[in-house]
Design a protein around this ligand. Sequence first.
Ligand code: ZN
Length: 254
Amino acid sequence: MDALLAPDEGPAVEVREGGGGFVVVCEHASRRLPKSLGDLGLAVADLTRHIAWDPGAADVARRLAGTLDADLVLQRFSRLVVDCNRDPALPSAFVTVAEDTTVPGNLDLVDAEKARRMEAIWTPFHAAVDRLLDRRREAGRPSALVTVHSFTPVFRGESRPWHVGFVSTEERSFTEAMLSAMRRDRSLVVGDNQPYSAKDDVDYTIRRHGRDRGVPSVMIEVRNDLLADEAGRSAWAERLSLAIGSFEAEARAA
Ligand SMILES: [Zn+2]
């Protein structure tokens, strides 16, 4: 099979290194598709919806990384190619029906095609996160992992009340710190493992790079209508960076 990515399309992953205590990850940063996959049989209107990416998440992740001087790993291709926040053994890694939309180009994928997408998109992404965390550990630097996502305000006809939600593994120290920091603002509806939780199989990154390594982790989900303009993204990045910083202060004091 031919390469998934043409030489002028790569790399799959954007990496920035910082000097601070956090690693910020954004698996659903982009809606870009490799040219070799065409449009996967989807209409343009579908390729710009949340089924292709997490609108606003990349900008918030970049702003957080800037403020916190964090390491940053962003996926440059759409989750429709392969979902970097899924165990690749799960059917949802190669989504065939996204919310209510069939993805024709993902129907009946043969193993060789799954392997081609994994090799070009999924594997380099997780290798980049591993490399950064390994290097930090070898240097004796503490690490905490933040993954940045956004969710759609209405899903399958249901309105979602939360402004922000956090997904945790069983190791909840970072998530608890985020919950208590955000709940200080009484105007916010804050979800604890809502609207998503590990039961929805969305915990791959925080489990692999967080829990399994003994690195504190939290997955942040901001409702995407709040990130529609620059003012919103800037305000959320500021609010979240203060909350993240409070966890760092707590860890230092411990
Ligand atoms: Zn996401």
